[in-house]
Design a protein around this ligand. Structure first.
Ligand code: NAD
Length: 268
């Protein structure tokens, strides 16, 4: 216990004194908001997202493709930022986050008040494969009640909500699907920020997805000190100055409270 308190104290002091702190988040950031991740034991990975999250699947098995995204979109809009998202927004407000890079597509950092570089796009919007028109992703949700149960019972068919109201083309989620390149501007921002970092904080990422997982490598190569807050071991734990095998919201709240003790305004 005492060791953990000292580790948090040491990490919070390093964060407060860092010249260029950069934060990199993954799906584990949002599990405490009720959104499952892909790879940990109870994650969505068991539902084969690697074979569903492709343009090929949209064309070949549209019912499964659309159900997978409708299921995720419905939960995304029902979820709220957790204390970890809020702690990062407070630290950013005080100038203690030079850049927040996220692999998440849920928009919870932005809803908590942070600006984020979204490496994998967003599930808050969908767009038409034919004419490019963009819509709020809730347009993709079936109006008919009972669609989740219908899918489980093998009776689900994607309906008109999956077609563009302007031209009838297929709507797709604005996320980076497997086999697609990362958005070039976001990737450039992430690479430059990682290389410039003197403190690089990984939160809730298995570091298994490339090329995003190169960001902490760029940071280390540039001389940054690395912190990893992740419930499971990662391939970079051995190179990190701080490893918290803990829930993200608790660690980030503890850091926030060390830097801004309760009762003191969040100001750098
Ligand atoms: P991942 O699923 O590969 O890894 C998540 C990691 O977070 C796991 O190692 C797990 O142990 C850890 N974790 C889970 N809950 C945690 C918590 N409360 N505190 C600390 N650690 C926790 O996720 P990834 O590395 O982001 O890569 C997967 C891909 O999945 C990304 O491309 C991302 O776009 C996508 N994804 C996003 C969301 C989202 O936007 N919320 C959800 C699922 C998947």
């Amino acid at each position: 216990m005492r060791e953990r308190i000292e580790l948090v104290d040491d990490f919070a002091a390093a964060w407060q004194n860092a010249g260029c702190p950069v934060v990199f988040t993954g799906a584990g950031m949002s599990t405490e908001s009720g959104l499952p991740d892909f790879r940990s034991a109870r994650g969505l990975w068991k539902r084969r997202p690697e074979s569903l999250a492709t343009l090929d699947a949209l064309q070949r098995i549209p019912a499964e493709f659309y159900f997978f995204y409708q299921w995720r979109i419905a939960r995304l809009w029902a979820a709220a930022p957790n204390a970890g998202h809020e702690a990062l927004a407070a630290l950013a407000d005080a100038g203690l986050v030079r850049r927040l890079i996220t692999q998440n597509v849920d928009g919870l950092h932005q809803r908590a008040g942070s600006e984020a570089t979204e490496l994998h796009g967003t599930l808050r919007t969908v767009s038409c494969l034919r004419c490019g028109a963009a819509y709020d992703s809730r347009r993709l949700l079936p109006a008919a009640p009972g669609w989740e149960e219908a899918y489980q019972a093998g009776r689900y068919l994607p309906g008109r909500e999956c077609a563009c109201p302007a031209c009838g083309g297929s709507l797709r989620p604005d996320v980076v699907l497997f086999g697609e390149a990362l958005p070039p501007a976001a990737w450039d921002e992430a690479v430059n920020a990682s290389k410039a970092a003197d403190l690089f904080v990984v939160v809730g990422s298995s570091l298994a997805v490339g090329p995003a997982n190169l960001c902490p490598e760029f940071a280390l190569a540039g001389g940054a000190r690395l912190a990893i807050i992740n419930q499971e071991a990662t391939s970079l734990d051995g190179r990190a100055a701080w490893v918290f095998r803990d829930k993200a919201a608790g660690v980030l709240t503890a850091v926030r409270e060390r830097i801004f003790p309760p009762g003191v305004e969040d100001k750098a």
